[in-house]
Design a protein around this ligand. Structure first.
Ligand code: MRU
Length: 346
């Protein structure tokens, strides 16, 4: 694999199977719509931007499969696009990306592929731009000193196509030589922090320590965190932020301790059409993710479970949302615009 975590190769989407990390770097080649939907649903491919791009490649595959003698069966491809967009409900990037390439179906599979490859190329640029703005902000808020940063889940090159968002910000700050510690929440129950972020930070040579999610408030109370950096799956018009379960308590703890809580995400994660976080569909995941640890059962058989994959952090707990277009601060009921902060045209 090169630096991109998503590669188009001879009619297949090639990626790393994130279910197998960190023990094995297993290549996954996806040739069919069903394989792509399964990879997204089972988190072989995960992270809002990554599932969006993977979904778009799914539409490429569907368009190829439903083209006979150069004529596209648009209804059939549209039905497949609907299925792909529904593979996971919370991250708006999936529906956004599928919608974007949908506009090219009538022009044929090559046009859908070209649009998808554009999106793939944009993703790395967008992430680096957002991460650079976020790094500037962190240094403005925290001052010119060594930094200890806390992050949650995985927002790196695995969760995007390249570079990452919150982890991208850690990369930029590390390039500037100011990161002394990245505290990584393990991210129960699927351990994206322990399995994926610790792997990516080690790969990038960024100093880090893994901790249990419930240690975060105590780390802040004992002066070990200068800022919290997280990604997002959907940011509603009022600034509420859906992200991996466990993000909301980080924002509460950060507010209590007066620590900046910064969300780094592409514009494609902003959902201007959704008024508030109350409307976000939060994915519920299988009970087995909570009642066991790997193959070992840790709860009595049949224990009822509450297993939301995401939570929604109210806008007033968010210090800033940072995208490729710049930084927006929360200011009473309005975002005050610092730089351009309008939804980028697709
Ligand atoms: O369930 P996951 O692993 O797909 O959840 C991912 C997250 O919550 C990430 O923080 C978010 O998608 C941003 S990735 C740049």
């Amino acid at each position: 694999m090169d630096d991109s975590s998503l590669i188009w190769d001879d009619g297949a989407l090639v990626t790393i199977d994130q279910r197998e990390l960190p023990h094995e770097v297993r290549e996954l080649r996806l040739h069919t719509v069903d394989e792509i939907i399964d990879a997204i649903a089972t988190l072989a491919i995960r992270g809002a931007p990554a599932i969006g791009i993977a979904g778009a490649f799914g539409v490429v595959i569907a368009t190829r499969a439903h083209t006979v003698d150069g004529v596209v069966d648009e209804a059939a491809v549209g039905a497949e696009a609907d299925r792909i967009a529904a593979a996971r409900p919370t991250a708006v990037n999936l529906a956004w990306a599928v919608q974007r390439v949908r506009g090219r179906i009538a022009d044929g599979a090559d046009a859908v592929l070209a649009e998808t490859l554009d999106m793939l190329a944009e993703d790395g640029r967008v992430n680096r731009a957002a991460a650079t703005h976020a790094a500037d902000l962190v240094q403005r808020l925290c001052g010119d000193r060594p930094l200890r940063l806390l992050t949650h889940c995985n927002t790196g090159r695995l969760a995007t196509s390249a570079f990452g968002t919150a982890i991208g910000t850690l990369r930029v700050l590390h390039e500037r030589g100011v990161v002394t510690d990245a505290l990584v929440g393990e991210t129960r129950p699927l351990l994206q922090g322990a399995r994926l972020t610790a792997w990516e930070l080690a790969e990038a040579g960024i100093p880090h320590r893994l901790t249990i999610d419930s240690a975060a408030a105590w780390a802040m109370a004992t002066g070990q965190v200068d800022a919290v950096l997280v990604g997002a799956d959907r940011i509603t018009a009022n600034g509420d932020v859906a992200n991996k379960i466990g993000t909301f308590p980080l924002a509460l703890a950060a507010r209590h301790h007066g620590i900046p809580f910064i969300v780094v995400a592409p514009e494609s994660t902003r959902d201007a059409a959704m008024a508030t976080g109350a409307q976000i569909v939060v994915e519920q995941r299988p009970a087995a993710e909570v009642t066991g640890f790997g193959t070992v059962s840790t709860a009595p058989a049949g224990t009822p479970v509450f297993n939301p994959a995401f939570d929604v952090t109210p806008a007033d707990l968010v210090t800033a949302v940072v995208t490729e277009n710049g930084v927006a601060y929360r200011n009473s009921d309005e975002f005050t615009e610092h730089g351009r902060f309008a939804r980028a045209d697709p």
